[in-house]
Design a protein around this ligand. Structure first.
Ligand code: BGC
Length: 763
């Protein structure tokens, strides 16, 4: 009986999903069949909110936010624009303001147009609902990846979907599925790091959090996700934002496309295109990537959105289109469905219309794009529920949500050095907290926090604790002193710094038992975050060196979006803790780790480089190996990193034993069964992330030194031993060969976990 019920439930839910889908399909077809060309091309334009808000220009609005009836009528009624994004003046708004604004906008598009099609509002809510005052700000993606626990990514997306809907917004430009392989790139913090498997697993978890278990985004707690930036965005030559990348097809397939493939299989509704260029082709004009790969090979059926002004850039920046009209023709014919214009929408709409009339863009292409946009709007139930109401979201900014953000931070913070077990710091110690990152909320959160560049965070997040405040709350005001030493310059570019009072910090250090030195970066993203020198700012090194002369133990807290070079000062530090960008509850989590209330369990999701000319992910090729002490060219040394990918200490001591793989020889259709014992040899309970790697020893294309194939984060009590098993299908040892085909070639492989390994043979 039970089986019958389960079976009928499965049949019912399967058919009801199918019925829903075909209903949406036929409704969208029906609407499309009644639309004029003007109405269709309007749907394909997305404008910035400032364009229709009261204010002096298209770029800046007056405050408080008010919709300008004349501008709105022109855009939404006369030009029939289908989508709006962003906030005004780069500033977070209250949920009630969002509700009022979007309700008003929907009135224009639904009540004053012939077809009554609602607009779809989109926003960047990438580690919490960025542009809403009072939203729960989680750690950034890079931090969350360091927890090696996808549940944290899921929680972040779940809460973010809820709070984004509480702000009346149904579409989120997240998650970032770019590979964070370059520490110079100004958006590495927006990624899940350098490993494709981690990006894939965490990306999938976020799609599930945003869109719900069954991708039913009509649910008022779910939003449509937008994977970005398809594809290869961060693998550039110069390390700078939106600059050329040169990526062979097999490398794109193996490392960059895979996470998108898995997100598409998970049902991701929309995608945003890479704003840069690959092999000389701007991705927004790349038919091969958008149609052959994204649509035909990966089977993506959702909406393809441009990034900011990227059709314009085909002419203005990349010089592949002679004029704006040609740029529009190129991008739409290459597969773009919606253009984030976002200012000069009249030109886009008029030009696109004439291109259709002149036969340069086919009506079929327009219908294809508009159908996808209509379906998305129907799936989100915008025709019935054009705006969700903040009053129905009691959990917005709640304690429950805050706790999930704290949990993510506490599982991510990574202990990189702990000489003589200097940490945890005992109670009643006298502590100096110093450095430019010690006493502000801005640097803890990074960009995309209350504003694009994150520069307004301290105005919005005053109620949460800075590192200094959290340490003071833990150890008491009598024991904790704060002297900045150096600070970021207000109003300057993000890397400008000023010396404030290094000597005062040194004096205070002499009176202290411990120095908690908080260094790192100020907030940035995109072009403003481009970097010319990966070394940490010289004033920060100076502060570290001067403090070290006191002989007092220094605990270095790294608060940064990318691993800045610290090799000169690291030997002077007794302990190093990487908090990355841990969000509004990151300092509380850090204080709990410093005091020992929480046992650290984060592991690096990227390689921490030691030198500016050695910037490689952990899956480098054998020829990258540096000469070692035994002599040149024997390729048995290692590349020189400060800390390796996957590295992170705990207050517990874990020991690995009894590593075994079930056979020596495997067929292509076999599965490897791998087992290992892990013992917690300390008297402190802790979490360990067990990482399974494979190395293809010889292959037709030079193999990577190693690749992560699986991992599991487990809790092991003091003194306890746990046995872990992994099942690894041989097919997962594949790589993409020179013909861009996935293959597993016959030969020897090494399977390893921690310091244990075994060679096997695949035939
Ligand atoms: C960024 C995107 C973002 C978009 C909308 C662009 O400049 O590259 O990641 O989603 O702006 O704000």
């Amino acid at each position: 009986m039970r089986y019958f019920i389960i079976l009928s439930f499965l049949i019912f839910s399967c058919t009801s999903d199918q019925i829903k889908e075909s209903n949406i399909d036929s409704k969208a077809q029906d609407i499309l069949s009644q639309m004029t060309l003007d109405e269709k091309v309007g749907q394909m334009a997305q404008i910035n909110l400032t364009v229709i808000a009261k204010g002096p220009t298209k770029w800046s609005s007056s405050f408080p936010l008010e919709i300008d009836p004349k501008k709105t009528r022109k855009a939404l009624v006369d030009f029939k624009v289908g989508s709006v994004l962003n906030t005004i003046n780069n500033t977070a708004q209250k949920p009630e303001t969002w509700f009022k604004t979007i309700s008003e906008i929907q009135k224009y598009s639904m009540d004053s147009t012939r077809m009554g099609i609602p607009i779809i509002y989109g926003i960047d809510a990438i580690h919490g609902t960025t542009y809403t005052d009072g939203a729960t700000m989680f750690p950034q993606q890079i931090t969350t990846a360091a927890s090696w626990n996808e549940e944290n990514a899921y929680n972040m997306a779940l809460v973010c979907a809820y709070e984004t809907r509480a702000s009346g917004i149904p579409w989120n430009f997240s998650p970032v599925l770019d590979l964070g392989i370059d520490p110079r790139f100004p958006r590495q913090f927006e990624t899940f790091g350098e490993d494709p498997l981690i990006v894939e697993r965490f990306g999938k978890a976020m799609i599930r959090g945003y869109q719900g278990d069954n991708n039913d985004v009509s649910n008022k707690y779910s939003v449509a996700a937008c994977m970005k930036h398809f594809v290869g965005y961060q693998a550039v030559i110069s390390g700078k934002d939106r600059t050329p990348a040169y990526i062979p097809d097999n490398v794109l397939s193996e490392y960059h496309i895979e996470p998108f493939k898995k997100a598409i299989e998970s049902g991701a509704k929309t995608v945003m295109i890479n704003s840069g260029l690959i092999n000389g082709v701007p991705v927004h004009a790349d038919y091969n990537l958008m149609i052959n790969v994204l649509r035909n090979k990966l089977g993506f059926e959702g909406v393809i959105l441009t990034d900011w002004e990227d059709i314009r850039k085909l002419h203005d920046r990349d010089k592949v289109a002679k004029n704006q009209k040609e740029a529009i023709k190129m991008a739409i014919n290459a597969g773009i469905d919606m253009s984030m214009v976002p200012y000069e929408y009249e030109h886009f709409i008029r030009n696109l219309k004439s291109l259709v009339e002149e036969g340069e863009v086919s009506m079929d292409r327009i219908d294809d794009a508009v159908l996808r946009i209509l379906k998305l709007k129907l799936e989100l139930d915008l025709f019935n529920n054009p705006v969700t109401n903040y009053e129905e979201y009691d959990d917005f900014g709640s304690k429950k949500h805050h706790q999930l953000a704290y949990k993510a931070a506490s599982e991510s913070i990574t202990l990189l050095k702990n000489n003589d077990d200097i940490l945890p710091i005992k109670g009643n110690s006298r502590i100096l907290v110093t450095g430019p990152n010690a006493n502000n909320m801005r640097t803890l959160n990074g960009a995309w926090t209350y504003s694009w560049q994150g520069d307004l965070t301290d105005d919005f997040a005053g109620e949460y604790n800075t590192i200094y405040e959290a340490v003071r709350n833990t150890y008491g005001s009598n024991n904790v002193r704060y002297v900045p030493g150096v600070s970021y310059r207000n109003g300057g570019s993000y890397y400008d710094m000023d010396e404030i009072n290094i000597q005062k910090a040194v004096q205070e250090a002499r009176r202290s038992d411990y120095i908690v030195l908080c260094l790192g970066e100020n907030t940035y993203t995109e072009k403003p975050g481009d970097l010319n020198d990966l070394n940490i700012h010289k004033l920060q090194s100076k502060l570290a060196v001067e403090l070290s002369k006191t002989g007092k133990p220094i605990i270095l807290i790294l608060n940064l979006g990318r691993p800045r070079l610290i090799s000169d000062i690291e030997p002077l530090m007794s302990a190093v803790v990487n908090v990355y960008l841990p969000g509004n509850f990151g300092a509380d989590a850090l204080a709990d780790i410093l005091s020992g209330k929480v046992n650290p369990s984060g592991k690096l999701p990227y390689t921490y480089p030691a030198y500016p000319n050695s910037l490689l992910p952990y899956y480098y090729k054998p020829s990258e190996v540096q000469n070692n002490a035994q002599g040149a060219y024997n390729y048995v040394g290692e590349v020189n990193n400060l800390y390796d990918f996957g590295y992170g200490l705990s207050y517990s001591d874990f020991k690995y034993s009894n590593f075994a793989v079930d056979k020596d020889t495997f067929n292509l259709s076999d599965t490897l069964n791998i087992g290992v014992f892990v013992t917690n040899e300390s008297d402190i309970d802790g979490y360990e992330t067990v990482q399974l790697y494979s190395s293809d020893l010889y292959a037709s294309l030079t193999p990577d030194i190693k690749r992560l194939r699986d991992y599991d984060k487990i809790h092991i009590k003091a003194g306890e031993t746990k046995r872990l098993t992994f099942s690894l299908p041989v097919s997962e040892l594949e790589f993409y060969n020179y013909k861009n085909e996935p293959v597993v070639e016959e030969g020897r492989f090494k399977i390893s976990i921690n310091d244990k390994s075994k060679e096997i043979y695949i035939k």
